[in-house]
Every structure is written in C-alpha cells, then in structure tokens.
Design a protein around this ligand. Structure first.
Ligand code: C2E
Ligand code: MG
Ligand code: MG
Ligand code: MG
Length: 277
C-alpha cells in the first residue's frame, strides 16, 4: 500500500510541477509580449506631510493584460524576478519614470525638492552593470537628487560589502536610497548603520496593526528611534486613516503614503491634482 501511495504521490507532484512550469512559461511569454506591446504603464502615489502637502511620489508599475485585465505587480514582479525579464522591466520602469520627470520638469511643474521613488528588485540591483543602467537613465535629468531608489533588506544581506560599495557609487551621483518594507526582512537593525540610506519606509503591516496592537506600536517606536539616531527620515506606508496619521505624527513620523491621502494614480491625474494642470 505504502508503495502505491508513494507512486501516486510522485505522479501527483510531477503533474503539479509540470503545471507550475507551464504557468511560469506562460507568464514569461506574456511578460515579454507586454514589454513589446506597451501593456505596462506607471502609477504614481504621493508621499506627503500630515497636511497632505506633496513631498515626493512612489512609482508603481501597472500591467493591463489583454485577457486577464489588470494584473497585480505583487503577482508578476516575483515571476519576472525568476528570469532576466526583471532586468528589462526594471530598465523600462526606470527610463519611463525619468522621461516623466523630464517632461514635468521641462513644463516647469516640479515643486523644489520633489522626486520619484523607484522600486528596484534584488536581481536588478545585483546585475553587474546596474550603476551604468541608472547612470544612463539619469541623463538629461535636471537634478539626480530627483531620483530615489527603493530597495529591500533582503538584497543587502547576500553580499553587504558589495551592496554598500554599489550604493556609495550611486550616492556620489546624487541618487538617494530608501529601504522598503522595513521590518519585514530577516536582517537585524545593526546593518543599518553601515548603509548609505536616507529613508526607511515602515511596512504597512505595522501601520495597519499599530492602532490595535501595542506590540506593533512598540516596534514602530523602535524603528523611529533607530532612524533618528542614524539621521534617516521615515516614511509610513499604507496609511489609511486619520487616526494612523495622528498617532504616527505623535511618535515623530512626518511623511506618509497611503490611501488616506491618495491611491496610486496616473501621471495625468497626478499632474491635475498636485501640479494644478
Ligand atoms: P511596495 O513597493 O511596498 O509598494 C507599496 C504597495 O502598497 C503598492 O502596491 C501600493 O499600491 C500599496 N498601497 C499604498 N498605499 C496603500 C494603503 O493605504 N493600503 C493598502 N492596502 N495598500 C497600499 P502595488 O502597486 O500593488 O505594488 C505591490 C508591490 O509590487 C510593491 O510593493 C513592490 O514590491 C512591487 N512593485 C510595484 N511596482 C514595481 C516596480 O516598478 N518595480 C519593482 N521591482 N517592483 C514593483
Ligand atoms: Mg516600494
Ligand atoms: Mg513597501
Ligand atoms: Mg510592500
């Protein structure tokens, strides 16, 4: 009996593996097509102070699949990350975001100090010519300080020395670094002191649970204290209520991003709402 069950098990797993390999292959084909058929677009979500005044914005990729409709980046970015497709998608995001910045800049719309935060995936950050990719994208931009790169803790623990070196090169070019989803990674806070980082973004899971859970409040307080001692700014992600804004403000967090202020919106909507276009 055991032998038979084992055999069935193997067949089951083989079938499953085949199905997931097929799904992955399908996704890859679709993503490659998406790049060539211009199915990607960018959304912009404001990062504001407690009054709602615009400070910067995060760039978020959107994909309109011809059959499936809108597909979440939480679904397709991890898939793209499994192949070199993420490099092409990442370069597309970077170049498109810069083009948008240039266009707004040329039209004289950008408030002083405004910049865009661009998500960079681990594989992208680790590619050999990443510095070159960024440098190229910066060409023609009024000020490289308009560009912030959001990276995650995970990509810093693999080879921290190399990561720091790379970050320093980019920082010398004027690019700033934000640590995304802070607190959800497996690394300790100690590595922070070695990193040329300007901002940490408190993950939305802490912001969401803070009001009900004293433990999350304690964690957020600890993060704010650490950021303060390293002279880093803090952005709270996923802010959805006035109460969260209030509490975070009391604890010393002054930059917010979340549905309470605005969902991610198109470039045209963004310009209409924030640049009076
Ligand atoms: P992330 O970088 O942490 O981005 C924040 C996510 O939280 C976005 O989801 C945003 O729409 C969502 N969000 C913002 N405010 C709120 C809120 O108040 N409540 C809730 N529930 N959610 C909020 P989105 O756009 O679906 O992106 C998901 C993830 O996909 C991003 O998480 C990021 O890891 C990845 N991603 C998105 N765009 C890119 C990209 O251009 N390149 C790379 N490499 N990754 C990207
Ligand atoms: Mg992000
Ligand atoms: Mg995040
Ligand atoms: Mg996230």
């Amino acid at each position: 009996h055991a032998k038979m069950a084992g055999g069935n098990c193997i067949h089951f797993f083989q079938a499953q593996m085949q199905a997931s390999a097929q799904a992955r292959h399908r996704m890859e084909t679709d993503l490659r097509e998406a790049l060539h058929k211009q199915q990607f677009s960018l959304a912009y979500q404001p990062q504001v102070d407690h009054t709602g005044k615009l400070l910067s914005a995060e760039v978020l990729i959107r994909w309109q699949h011809p059959q499936r409709g809108w597909v979440s980046p939480a679904e397709f970015i991890p898939m793209a990350e499994e192949s070199t497709l993420i490099l092409e998608i990442g370069a597309w995001v970077m170049n498109s975001a810069m083009a948008q910045l240039r266009q707004w800049g040329d039209a004289g719309l950008l408030p002083p100090g405004f910049g865009l935060a661009i998500n960079v995936s681990p594989r992208q950050f680790q590619q050999a010519d990443f510095v070159h990719v960024v440098q190229q994208a910066l060409q023609g931009l009024a000020d490289p300080r308009q560009v912030m790169l959001e990276i995650t803790e995970g990509m810093l623990v693999v080879d921290t020395d190399r990561a720091v070196e790379r970050m320093n090169v980019l920082r010398d070019l004027g690019v700033q670094f934000h640590i995304d989803d802070f607190g959800t990674g497996y690394s300790s806070m100690a590595y922070l002191k070695r990193l040329p980082v300007d901002v940490i973004k408190i993950d939305q899971s802490f912001v969401r649970d803070m009001v009900e859970n004293p433990a999350d409040t304690a964690i957020v307080k600890a993060m704010l204290a650490v950021a303060d001692s390293f002279n880093m700014e803090v952005i709270a992600e996923g802010v959805e209520t006035a109460e969260q804004v209030h509490r975070l403000g009391d604890m010393g967090c002054h930059i917010f991003q979340g549905y309470y202020f605005s969902r991610p919106i198109t470039a045209a909507e963004f310009a209409a709402r924030y640049f009076g276009q």
